[in-house]
Design a protein around this ligand. Structure first.
Ligand SMILES: C[S@@+](CC[C@H](N)C(=O)[O-])C[C@H]1O[C@@H](n2cnc3c(N)ncnc32)[C@H](O)[C@@H]1O
Length: 271
């Protein structure tokens, strides 16, 4: 496949994107020179950060399987990213073929590749949207055709809410999604934190800030991240460093404690 085959429309490949930089850190191939340069800078600032990206994906798999164990059969994955190993619908439909999944992202390459991946799968769909427009996402025809909001939903916000600045009020934003969900729904979230590895995470935020990419990242404290769950009740072990949320096997937790501690992870239930 040549580059032209997978570059949708007119995008500025000279500016890095968060989605493509993360894809590169995960070992993916849907990225450009500018994305790789930013990823390399991030890696120089925090050697080993690729491990933290993989730990986040491993948490995604554990969170989805946990929710399926709790009876969840439909998922809304906000800021879903460029498809990579272990996408939500693959994990969910492997566990339970009836599961339905809606992916949402604003990055055109993430959208194009997700649509390609989902060709022929009538139980999963892609919505191109900015998460700051919850009503548009929740009422989108793709969402409405796949998700029954009278039944519990697994809502995922993984490594995405730190793109929302405080003045855009991330807590209120997430509450607009939470309030659309039926009792018994779950919210899973990972979020960059400066609580433990502050120097490292500020170095990452600095690289993003100095780049030509759109947006900045805003690491938050555990207390600030807790507010995003609203009145949902965190399941055990609560909001913890990502690698330490119910690690079950190889690849779930790093031997290097610092890589486990760049973000917090939690899963909470609506009663
Ligand atoms: C670091 S990736 C995380 C991907 C996936 N959730 C995971 O945890 O592996 C962040 C994703 O959020 C998307 N994103 C950032 N801001 C967004 C916004 N305002 N609306 C929708 N998607 C957004 C980016 O395009 C990117 O694909």
């Amino acid at each position: 496949m040549t580059q032209q085959d997978w570059v949708p429309g007119i995008i500025d490949t000279s500016a890095p994107s968060g989605a493509r930089t993360y894809d590169y850190l995960l070992g993916g191939s849907h990225n450009f020179e500018a994305d790789r340069a930013m990823a390399d800078q991030v890696e120089r600032a925090v050697p080993g950060i690729r491990a933290a990206a993989r730990l986040n994906r491993a948490f995604l798999a554990r969170a989805v399987r946990f929710m399926i164990g709790e009876g969840i059969r439909q998922f809304l994955d906000i800021g879903s990213g460029i498809p990579t190993v272990g996408n939500v619908h693959e994990i969910a439909q492997q566990e339970h073929p009836d599961c339905r999944v809606v992916y949402v992202d604003k990055d055109p390459i993430a959208v194009a590749h997700s649509e390609l991946m989902l060709t022929g799968n009538d139980r999963a769909g892609m919505v191109e949207a900015d998460m700051r427009e919850p009503e548009g996402i929740l009422t989108h025809p793709v969402t409405r055709s796949l998700i029954d909001f009278d039944q519990p939903v697994g809502l995922l916000f993984l490594l995405v809410l730190h793109w929302i600045p405080d003045d855009a009020d991330p807590a209120t934003l997430v509450s607009r999604y939470r309030s659309a969900l039926a009792p018994g729904s779950y919210l899973a979230l990972t979020h960059m934190t400066d609580d433990i590895q502050g120097d490292k995470i500020h170095a990452v935020a600095g690289v993003v800030r100095e780049s030509r990419g759109a947006g900045q990242v805003f690491p938050r404290t555990r207390t600030e991240i807790s507010t995003l769950f609203g009145d949902f009740a965190l399941v055990e072990p609560g909001l913890v460093p990502t690698g330490t949320w119910r690690p079950g096997g190889a690849g779930d937790i790093s031997d290097d404690p610092e890589m486990n501690e760049l973000s917090f992870a939690g899963v909470a239930r609506k009663s």
